[in-house]
Design a protein. Structure first.
Length: 129
């Protein structure tokens, strides 16, 4: 049994299977989930777990070389935008519609319980060396 890190067995296993360049969509409860990617649904109640908690937890175990969010996040959800801009200095922005289109190519979708708008980010996995 793991004693630290991400304890959810489905999420831990999905993260272990990721490789360089793979996409991981971390999304709120309202984001449409495309057919195709593996989905780990962590949503329990509205707001639980939060987008911030899940992003921070993932960053303890993933190497991320790039991130993309919807430009709408900047006005509609300044707290989530600030979190992403702090964690990903090279954060890219596209329209929400384009982010939904890009998410179809993700290898993994992690659905949070976040209930504030546009709390979605598409991460691109890097390598540790």
């Amino acid at each position: 049994m793991k004693k630290a890190g991400i304890l959810n067995r489905h999420l831990a296993g999905a993260l272990a299977a990721l490789g360089h360049g793979d996409g991981v969509l971390v999304c709120d409860v309202g984001m449409p989930i495309p057919d195709g990617p593996r989905v780990v649904d962590l949503a329990f109640l509205a707001g639980v777990p939060s987008f911030a908690e899940v992003v921070e937890g993932l960053l303890t175990e993933l190497v991320v070389e790039g991130a993309t969010a919807a430009e709408e996040i900047q006005d509609a959800n300044p707290a989530a935008a600030a979190l992403l801009e702090e964690r990903f200095p090279e954060l890219g922005f596209v329209s929400h519609e384009e982010l939904k289109r890009l998410s179809a190519g993700a290898r993994l979708v992690v659905r949070t319980g976040e209930a504030r708008p546009y709390a979605n980010v598409l991460l691109r996995c890097g390598v540790f060396f």
